[in-house]
Design a binder for this molecule. Structure first.
Ligand code: G3I
Length: 357
């Protein structure tokens, strides 16, 4: 299988093209699912890795007190072998978290019990990877999607209260004082979640907690990239004095009616939401133009953007093949299923190269 740019070995890779600006990353699932060509592509193009699923509570602590670190260890070993920093994702979330966390026999868990479990989980997981994982998405998607509601009313918020977020940050800092601590969400390019992000980070800072970064996921849709809103959020987040990370970037080519990135939502198959084995060339071209415009905007904010991470390596591995309809064929990333660079790859690379020359 051909790797990108092998015909032009002097051409810089993605992370090299943006080396003056920010790191460029990919999220990865189980390492056993990546063959030699995929591993070579990861190492060539990316200089930061996020664990996509294997560090979520459901994977790491499916049963209380029973921890499984094998997948996380394999990811970290691969990254260390290649000198690539790893982001841990994630410790407190409304999804991928086993029910046992939230119950006490047949009753809901009390605030104290849930905090005790949160602390034990964070100490075990962050402690296990102490010194090996650079930073953690401590809380994921904790802001409400409803304009008039501050925090998402998930079980953490309902059973502990709003301060579950502060508690999680505090526990993580004790578990690994050198680890960076991030708050990650989707939709925070839009005004109401932008305002809530500012409120939350200022609140954590006012409590004297360590906060290193805000993650903007950016699960985007073709022809609907809110460039100006992204620009406004980046400008607003600058005032917080923390890093900004683009944490889960992809650009969906296939129509969908649901917004955001909440996998609890689903859609029925229709004539237009299942995708195509081969994406229409004109859509790939539009995708290239829109990715390029986005990277030009991100470069403008390179003083605060620490990294830009794609949500997996190539189109065949994207979660958007299974959401919001199972079994669709999507094309949201820079590499196709044969690991070949798409028009979007070349367009993004051009933005990085133009800046360097
Ligand atoms: O690995 C099992 C497989 O053994 C089984 O046969 C199959 C049956 O459905 O499920 C597989 O696990 C799935 C896993 O993805 C790996 O493909 C889970 O069901 C599915 O729920 C899981 O979805 C993940 C989702 O988070 C929920 O945890 C997606 O891969 C992952 O991309 C997605 O990532 C989230 C971020 O964490 C937070 N932001 C939004 C983003 C997209 O939803």
């Amino acid at each position: 299988m051909l790797l990108p740019n092998l015909a032009h070995p002097a051409a810089p890779s993605l992370h090299e093209a943006f080396k003056e600006d920010f790191s460029v990353g990919a999220s990865l699932g189980s390492m056993s699912a990546f063959d030699a060509a995929e591993r070579a592509l990861i190492v060539r193009e990316f200089n930061v890795i996020t664990s996509e699923n294997n560090l979520k509570p459901a994977r790491v602590q499916p049963t209380e007190g029973v921890f499984t670190f094998a997948e996380g260890d394999a990811l970290v070993a691969f990254a260390q072998e290649h000198g690539i920093p790893v982001t841990g994702h994630t410790l407190a979330w409304h999804q991928a978290t086993p029910d046992w966390f939230f119950v006490d026999g047949d009753k809901p868990a009390s605030r104290d019990l849930l905090l005790q479990r949160l602390r034990a989980h964070i100490h075990a997981v962050v402690g296990h990877f102490r010194g090996k994982i650079k930073g953690w998405d401590i809380v994921n998607e904790g802001l409400s999607d409803k304009p008039d509601e501050y925090l998402r009313p998930n079980k953490w918020q309902q059973l502990v209260g709003d301060d579950y977020i502060a508690q999680a940050f505090a526990f993580a800092h004790v578990a690994d004082p050198d680890a960076e601590l991030y708050f990650n969400d989707y939709g925070n390019e839009y005004p109401h979640k932008r305002a809530k992000t500012l409120r939350l980070i200022k609140d954590l800072q006012a409590r004297g907690l360590r906060v290193d970064g805000v993650g903007m996921q950016l699960h985007l849709q073709l022809d609907r990239i809110p460039y100006e809103e992204i620009d406004r959020s980046l400008t607003a987040f600058r005032a917080l004095g923390v890093k900004v990370m683009i944490t889960e970037l992809d650009l969906d080519l296939v129509e969908r009616s649901v917004w955001g990135a909440d996998t609890a939502e689903h859609e029925e198959p229709t004539a237009t939401n299942l995708g195509w084995k081969d994406a229409p060339p004109e859509l790939l071209q539009r995708q290239a133009e829109q990715y390029a415009k986005l990277f030009a905007l991100l470069r403008k904010h390179r003083d605060i953007i620490d990294r830009v991470t794609f949500w997996n390596l190539h189109d065949g591995k994207s979660w958007l093949n299974n959401w919001p309809v199972k079994g669709r064929i999507n094309h949201p990333l820079l590499f196709d299923r044969a690991l070949q660079p798409k028009p979007a790859y070349h367009a993004v690379l051009k933005i990085g190269n133009a800046a360097r020359n």
